[in-house]
Design a protein around this ligand. Sequence first.
Ligand code: ADP
Length: 513
Amino acid sequence: MQYLIGIDVGTTNTKAILYNLAGSALAKASQSYLLYQEEPEMAEEDPEEIFQATLRVIKTVILRAQVSGQDVVALCWSAQQHSLLALDYNYQPLSRVITWADNRAASLVQQLQKKGQALKIYQRTGLPIHPMGPIYKLLWLQQSQPHIFQQAAYWVGIKEYLIWRYTGQLQEEQSMAASTGLMDLKSLSWCPQLLDLAGITTAQLPPLVPITAQIKGIKNKYADLTGLNSQVITVMGATDGALSTLGLSGNQADTLTINIGTSAAVRTVTSQPKLDQQARLFCYPINQSHYLVGGPLNNGGIVFNWAKDALFGEQQTTASLLKTNDYELLNQIAATSPAGAHGLLFHPYLGGERAPLWDANARGSFYGLNRNHTRADMLRAVMEGIVFNIYDVATSLKHIVESPQQILATGGFVQSALGAQILADVFQTKISIPPIRESGCLAAMFLAKISLGLESDWQHLNRYRGEVTSFQPQLTSSQHYQELLPIYMRLRQQLTTEYANISAYQRKYQNEP
Ligand code: ADP
């Protein structure tokens, strides 16, 4: 027997799944690590902690599957986008990894936006105008941490660093490079003008390779530590967004994928680059004929968790008494309020917002409260607000996927039947939920098969995905949402004028008891 490992390096944890060549998952493991947020807007991770986590999950899946690591033929990597790490001449990290969630480059982005340069970067690369982009992080580091900037011999993301640790080869695949803001969207090569702007050279970046590229063999010491064969093939892999979208949609242009996990994303795959005139959508090449287009949102399930704690903290005890889990109980409570939550609206921008607002100062709000509203209404309004926000982003994708033939939704939020039903009712169309949670690992395994010549067509991934559960729109609920959505949209326009003021006030007094 031969096996494959799909490994997915996320923001809060790394997951690995060991599969047989028929695509059945034999064992899973995950390992979490810290996100360092010691100062406002900072979000860093320790590259060594992540590396150790990958060693552990690989070793664990081999042990749990009770197979010989010598029979693992390939491992393939999926990873978070937009991370940045400085290495010295000996490839040693000079800092922690700056993740996508780090907003310290925000004021610099505003300056470039005023000068019109940020829009040019978008048009050249498909990277939305936001401090998450490594090009902006480089400019910020140049100003704020010049000692690191000057010492840096190489600039990489976390995936390139991990693959270097295992194999000794520094390479970057194109889907990950696309999200740096340094790669030209059309030529799929590093863009000399943008490198100049960022103050770096091509020699400081890894050479670019396709997502299917292979590296033969890993270092003996890591083969010994994990149980892998030292001849195992590393398939470069791709970003988690690219892999899960290709994996779910089977590369069909008329399919929209929606992920509502901690954050959220609406994505589709196109065969041509599709830029948005207002720069609201990303457009990341995966290869010459596939482009990932969509919008990333900050406020997914994390907002539901806020509502859980802020509105229902004490209900956890009730949940344990009832022997049901918190989410089940909360879904039952929210379901006691009707569609539209008795006219209560919620704008969910608690963590600032990327798409559709691209405003780090955005804040959340309830609108329409009256004396009859209950906590159940508030909870339902929160769930509906999360979905309205996603619908808002999907609307900006209309010129790309006019009438999606298929909407596939994943992530913790749609594990709730109520969450999935609200999605179907707001979108007024059937929503399909695949049974698998770890689409990143699955798609990485499938990419390994493509790279090894064992598969040729992404649509075949459907075979491994399992039967979807479908939710049909309900007429009465949909009608309520059709009435409320225009109010929600108009309010979202009107509220934007005060976000800078209220967030400035919050920052000013944030340390007061
Ligand atoms: P991640 O993006 O971090 O991998 P997940 O896909 O596991 O996250 O989703 C986690 C989010 O899903 C949580 O923030 C939580 O709010 C939400 N969630 C999980 N289970 C449920 C549920 N049964 N009902 C509603 N929301 C849920």
